[in-house]
Design a protein around this ligand. Structure first.
Ligand code: ZN
Length: 316
């Protein structure tokens, strides 16, 4: 392992069955965190791990959220309270980090016709996302965060969420993509499905990242088929290629299904689920519905299908 790698801490925590990682960079006894986990992660996993490296809470100086999702920004309040760290996030995800009701509404309400949002689900969501706290520095494409001998360039990599970012150190050839590159999807799912909400953005992100000179890639979960969070050399190319191919595959599945006449979102999501290896008994979930919706929007933007009331049909 090179010296740089030793200075990068990888902190594991379980998030509803998913192996999830927060990364910590060290310099002169100070620490920069990449993501804060869910609300429980700082106390149970992040602080104990940092203490092993001789880092006390007041040594945490910076916290960069790669995006607003609950397993990445849910620990913000706790980290801020114990360290006063400067919190940074991309301009397009700031409103979700600062307003949890808005994040819940935007991400789950649009699909409530096709699955039941139970009280328990809502309760668990708001527990995981913790309390709200303001973002101190709003990031955008091309911004640079200097920390010790790290020069982290902010690369806007939307698709998974509108304000997803990757952090790139060109000299060290390291890249943190968090959830921006999904492969076939998070490995812990029985049937992995990539999670993105905008197909065009996601494909642009994959293209953008494949142009970078990267030796080591750090992700926030294990993604199929590589099933690991630190990737080197050829593995990086493989993950990017798999990611791209699955998008094309899903586009085709959705388009072909509409050959059978007009379909609503629930029907498309169900068909996609079966085609990916799932069974009819599994109830629809928001991730699947969001993915199906992303592809319907994409095909519609391309002029291949049209929306008529609540159904999509092929353009003649
Ligand atoms: Zn995410």
């Amino acid at each position: 392992m090179s010296k740089e790698m030793e200075e990068i801490g990888r902190i594991w925590f379980p998030f509803h069955g998913a192996d999830t990682y927060v990364y910590s960079l060290f310099s002169n006894n100070k620490c920069l965190l990449i993501d804060s986990g869910n609300s429980e992660a700082p106390k149970k996993y992040i602080l104990p791990s940092l203490r092993k490296n001789g880092i006390e809470p007041n040594n945490i100086k910076f916290l960069i959220n790669t995006h607003a999702h609950i397993d990445h920004s849910g620990g913000n309040f706790f980290i801020k309270k114990i360290s006063g760290a400067l919190i940074m996030a991309h301009e397009l995800d700031v409103h979700w980090i600062e307003d949890h009701n808005e994040q819940f509404r935007d991400r789950f309400q649009p699909y409530k016709k096709f699955y039941l949002i139970t009280k328990e689900m809502k309760k668990a969501y708001f527990k995981d996302i913790g309390r709200e706290v303001k973002v101190d520095r709003v990031l955008k494409e091309g911004d640079v965060v200097n920390f010790g001998d790290y020069t982290l360039k902010v690369i806007h990599t939307p698709g998974h969420s509108p304000g997803s970012i990757s952090l790139y150190d060109e000299d060290k050839k390291i890249l943190f993509t968090s959830d921006a590159v999904q492969g076939r999807g998070p490995s812990h799912q029985t049937i992995p499905l990539p999670l993105y909400e905008n197909v065009k953005d996601y494909l642009n992100t994959l293209d953008k990242l494949s142009k970078l000179n990267v030796q080591t890639l750090f992700t926030a979960h294990h993604f199929a088929p590589l099933n690991k969070s630190i990737l080197n050399g050829a593995e990086i190319k493989q993950l990017l290629n798999v990611s791209k191919n699955i998008v094309k595959k899903i586009d085709i599945i959705v388009y072909e299904f509409l050959d059978k006449g007009p379909k609503n979102l629930g029907e498309v999501a169900k068909y996609l689920w079966i085609k990916m290896g799932g069974n009819w008994q599994t109830p629809l979930n928001p991730h699947l519905l969001r993915l199906a919706r992303a592809h319907l929007n994409n095909l519609e933007e391309k002029g291949l299908i049209a929306k008529e009331k609540e159904r999509w049909v092929r353009e003649k």
